[in-house]
Design a protein around this ligand. Structure first.
Ligand code: NAD
Length: 480
């Protein structure tokens, strides 16, 4: 069986323990490869490699760092088919999605930071004829990057690219649920000529490998994307050590549809924003609020469209929804459907495990599910489900929908559908979230700040924000 290896000090190596974990193909429901069950000793080895590489890498000219990252991006493009297939098998997502979104975006992440770092400049503050202050932005040392399973290579590279572009070295841990493309990336790093130790990838469990990275006294910054509970735990360890922390956490995003929207666009994008990647994108709109005059019309059309979505083998190009990531995740998502029923919700479509014929007969699939009749403050509408389950509710006024939209502990993203410009601005200003999409969803300019408010995170990724996170500002004041 195929064995994934750690990537430490430029080499692909076995975990020190010699132990491996099972890696499942969720569409088949079977183990198909093995993941290193690494521990603190592997993290220690990776940290030492990163620390040793830091002095040379941090002074490597930006143009040279940029050239290597560009080469890595080109290699990702050149291996698009293999990487997309691997992502689909590992995660359960349709191969068409991995090919059009996940893998091209991973290449874009490297390309974006390869160019951003050479464009990045700092500030000078002049005190009239007294003095000049200028700010240096210096790489810090070894960064810990921990990522989740939903967009594996996409989110992994979103951290690694700015970290190494700005001159740091990295100890990274991909999700143990979807480690394959990070492993394939490590091979491409070798091919691209990335100096040894600049990037180290340690595979394994969160409470072992992630915990060891978080606790390591010589990893002074942690960039984490994952669940809010894990983020809270990481913060509790990192904060007393005064580590720099970037936390991208969960969401419960409102999708607000006014009666004056472009109905067809709102409808088709809502299908996408509800169920893309099986609803397992932190930005998916899981609470759909529709203004009462169009509520029945929208609901009927939405249910009809969703009923026609093809749930099937992720390897099939016509599949719109593949498998969810694991059996335990499927059970968790379906338990929320049961909770919704207990809370008085009516399932308009879906609600069950989907059974696919052929080689996917034992896979973990869920029918796209729409639930109505729930109050905005019930558990189903307050807790993150992170699967293909959405709720739909009517509203009467802007004030009412804002109150309901802002009622959760999360504040990641929101979608607003209206043709009224003033209303769009008002909503955007008053939503307690980090990202507002008006008449669109998941339209991403990589220069913009990305992240959440409230319990959806701390700090921002994207653009120069990430370069600021991975560098330390130092003010130098020179008297004239
Ligand atoms: P998770 O929190 O279970 O795991 C994320 C990563 O943290 C994994 O690599 C895991 O191994 C590691 N981890 C687990 N325990 C750890 C510990 N004690 N110390 C250090 N690391 C540990 O999240 P998940 O289930 O992989 O991902 C789904 C969650 O991620 C959802 O809540 C989703 O909303 C969130 N997410 C957020 C964003 C965003 O940008 N805000 C993007 C994608 C996903």
């Amino acid at each position: 069986m195929k064995k994934i290896l750690n990537y430490i000090n430029g080499e692909l190596i076995e975990p020190k323990s010699g132990q491996y974990l099972d890696n499942y193909n969720p569409a088949i429901g079977k183990v198909y490869s093995l993941i290193p069950d690494s521990d603190a000793s592997d993290v220690q080895q990776a940290q030492e490699a990163a620390q040793a590489a830091f002095p040379a890498w941090s002074v490597t000219p930006k143009d040279e760092r940029s050239r290597i990252l560009m080469k890595l991006a080109d290699l990702i493009d050149a291996n698009l088919d293999e990487l997309a297939k691997a992502e689909s098998v590992d995660n359960g997502k349709p191969v068409s999605l991995a090919k059009s979104v996940d893998i091209p975006r991973a290449a874009s992440n490297f390309r974006f930071y390869a160019t951003a770092v050479v464009q990045y400049s700092t500030h000078a503050h002049e005190m009239e004829d007294t003095a000049i202050n200028y700010t240096l932005r210096q790489p810090i040392g070894v960064a810990g990057c921990i990522s989740p399973w939903n967009l594996p290579l996409y989110l992994f590279s979103w951290k690694i690219a700015p970290a190494i572009a700005s001159g740091n070295c990295v100890v990274a841990k991909p999700s143990e649920v979807t480690p394959m493309t990070a492993y394939l990336l490590s091979k491409l790093c070798i091919e691209a000529g990335l100096p040894k130790g600049v990037l180290n990838i340690v595979h394994g469990l969160g409470p072992k490998v992630g915990q060891a990275i978080t606790e390591h006294p010589d990893i002074p910054m942690i960039s984490f994307t994952g669940g809010t509970v894990t983020g809270k735990h990481i913060a509790s360890i990192a904060a007393p050590m005064f580590k720099k922390l970037s936390l991208e956490l969960g969401g419960k995003n409102p999708n607000i549809i006014f009666a004056d929207c472009d109905f067809e666009k709102a409808l088709s994008t809502t299908v996408h924003s509800s169920f893309a990647n099986q609803g397992q994108i932190c930005l998916c709109g899981s609470r759909i609020f529709v203004e009462r005059p169009i509520y029945e019309k929208f609901k009927t059309a939405f249910v009809e469209k969703v009923k026609r979505m093809k749930v099937g083998n992720p390897a099939d190009d016509t599949t719109k929804m593949g498998a969810v990531v694991s059996k335990s995740h499927m059970e968790k998502v379906l338990s929320y459907v049961e909770l919704a029923k207990e809370e008085g919700g009516a399932v308009l479509t879906g609600g069950n495990q989907a059974h696919i014929e052929g080689e996917c007969a034992d896979g973990w699939f869920i029918e796209p599910t729409i639930i109505e009749g729930l109050s905005f403050d019930c558990r189903t509408n307050q807790e993150e489900i992170f699967g293909p389950v959405v709720t739909i509710m009517p509203f009467d006024t802007e004030e009412e929908v804002l109150m309901m939209a802002n009622s959760t502990k999360y504040g990641l993203a929101s979608t607003v559908w209206t043709e009224n410009l003033k209303k769009a601005h008002r909503m955007a200003r008053n939503l307690d979230v980090g990202i507002v999409w008006v008449n669109c969803w998941l339209l991403r300019d990589l220069r913009t700040p990305f992240g959440g408010a409230k319990q959806s995170g701390v700090g921002r990724e994207g653009g120069f924000e990430a370069l600021e996170f991975f560098t330390e500002p130092k003010n130098v004041c020179i008297k004239y």
